[in-house]
Design a protein around this ligand. Structure first.
Ligand code: ADP
Length: 487
């Protein structure tokens, strides 16, 4: 790996301000999904290191919470500056372990850093409240305080930004954190730790534990009563396990889980704009994001035209190594992921779907490249309707009217992101209000930004990340009822 600052390629875990090997010196391999080659051997920590990190975080919390928001913000701001100074290296590490094209990796580093910048500023705006008393001699004051030690478990599809989106508000609020990154992409997390150390966080405030046995670490983080809050981004299946495990210690939990995003095109939509948005919403990160458009619904009048324009744009995508400049779609993350996409496409084709473009793996196993794919003649009885595809496959359903498409769009346990294109203002309001999703893109396929609340409803989870709402998940509300006497 060609880095300007080779120090960023750190393989050890980060606990109490020090980089450490696993107690038993075990390691696990990190591979590049582009060619399957091992790029690093990473310290493989377990339960005892996790317990150690929790105790150190608890100790560090005693003084971290006492700093002013401005003081904490200054360290966060330094961390942000360092991330931006090292953006090229951080992006290279990300592409090598995750596969996404370099331009997307740079986008992710900028996006990830923007949360650090935002919460560095928000740190000093944790306002409380005064409430007119309920009796003549009573005064009521509300303050917000950090919740305590926070655990964050993050996924491989955004190995950088899913960490900063959780950690920045937690640290700004005055919490200390332990991060358990995905075992497929630990290097981006470790690089953030290198920069956190340089930024000057006191030991124990920010900790990273890598492990090839996430269930062991997860069990400790969820059952330990010192940990007051768990923030998780990942699959609905694992989210449910962690929520159950957190019940015994009644932890506050935030979950950002799977999605099944509808992408609706009404007959009055600007089709070229819709195609552009559709490509961005579907094929970013080879379709491996929880807000990726999963089901396309196009009104019958414009259906053929949309399919034709969209397929043309899809055929123009360049698949290959994320490090090549012209590439727009990289490999999928692992064999399991590509097998699932193959199963979904086979199931659709068996039930009558037509493959307009793509439809197969590029090359033979162990190649992790899948052709960008468009399917038509699809229906509700296919897996592509109710499963999160998490790959570069776009099924395009046809609908007749607004009522039908709203009911189809909401016919899923998920409720993360939804997109629609159209011009009629009354319909825009109606549809936006009827869609049971936490985030709605109206005439746009890109909705993620630091300044807006990211999160879902239904089985997509709860809690919001980013924006003025993002710190609430790491704060407790305390109210003081003060009897001033009759004087
Ligand atoms: P994906 O399907 O996207 O890989 P997962 O939900 O499996 O998503 O993984 C997201 C994160 O959850 C990763 O950091 C992974 O290591 C972690 N994880 C997976 N299983 C468990 C578990 N049983 N307990 C705690 N963490 C887990």
């Amino acid at each position: 790996m060609n880095l300007k600052n080779p120090k960023l390629l750190e393989t050890r875990s980060f606990i109490n301000g020090r980089f450490i090997n696993a107690n038993d010196n075990k390691t696990f391999s990190v591979t590049n999904p582009y060619d399957g080659k091992t790029i690093a051997e990473v310290a493989d920590c377990g339960q005892s290191e996790t317990l150690g990190a929790i105790k150190e975080a608890q100790e560090a919390y005693r003084s971290w919470k006492k700093l002013t928001g401005t003081e904490r913000g200054q360290i966060l701001r330094r961390w942000y500056d360092l991330q931006m100074e090292n953006i090229d290296d951080l992006a290279t590490i990300l592409t090598c372990e995750q596969g996404k094209p370099l331009v997307e990796s740079k986008g992710e580093i900028g996006y990830g850093a923007s949360f650090v910048e935002w919460f560095a500023e928000e740190a000093r705006r944790v306002y409380g409240d005064t409430i007119p008393g309920h009796q003549r001699d009573k005064r009521i004051i509300v303050i917000k305080q950090p919740i305590g030690v926070v655990a964050a478990i993050t996924p491989w599809n955004f190995p950088n930004a899913m960490i900063t989106r959780k950690v920045a508000p937690a640290l700004a609020a005055g919490c200390c954190v332990i991060i358990k990154p995905a075992e497929l992409t630990p290097l981006s997390a470790n690089a953030l730790a290198v920069l956190a150390k340089e930024a000057g966080f006191p030991p124990g405030v920010f900790n990273v534990i890598n492990s090839s046995t996430p269930e062991v670490i997860g069990r400790e983080l969820t059952s330990n009563s010192i940990v007051k809050k768990l923030s998780f981004t990942g699959s609905t299946e694992v989210g449910k396990i962690l929520l159950k495990q957190s019940a015994d210690t009644v932890k506050k939990v935030s979950l950002e889980l799977g999605g099944n995003a509808p992408f609706i095109v009404f007959d009055d939509a600007d089709l070229d704009k819709a195609v552009e948005g559709a490509v961005a919403a579907k094929y970013r990160n080879a379709g491996q994001t929880c807000v990726c458009a999963n089901r396309f619904f196009v009104q019958d009048e414009v259906y053929d035209k949309f399919v034709q324009k969209f397929s043309k744009a899809v055929r123009a995508q360049k698949v290959g190594s994320g490090l090549s400049e012209e590439v727009t779609i990289g490999p999928m993350i692992e064999e399991k992921a590509i097998l699932f996409v193959e199963e979904l496409v086979a199931n659709a084709v068996e039930r009558g779907a037509e493959v307009i473009t793509g439809g197969r793996r590029i090359g033979d196993v162990p190649s992790l490249f899948y052709q960008p794919t468009v399917l038509t003649n699809v229906n509700k009885n296919m897996m592509v309707f109710d499963q999160e595809i998490f790959g570069p496959v776009a099924p395009i359903f046809k609908f007749k009217d607004e009522d039908e498409v709203i009911s189809l769009a909401n016919d899923t346990p998920y409720g993360l992101a939804a997109y629609f294109y159209g011009k009629d203002h009354s319909r825009i309001w109606r549809v936006a209000e009827e869609l049971e999703y936490g985030m709605i893109g109206i005439n746009t396929g890109m909705i993620s930004t630091t300044v807006a609340p990211f999160g879902g409803i239904k089985e997509s989870g709860f809690g919001r990340e980013g924006s003025k709402y993002g710190m609430d998940d790491y704060l407790e509300i305390k109210y003081m009822c003060w009897d001033i006497g009759n004087g």
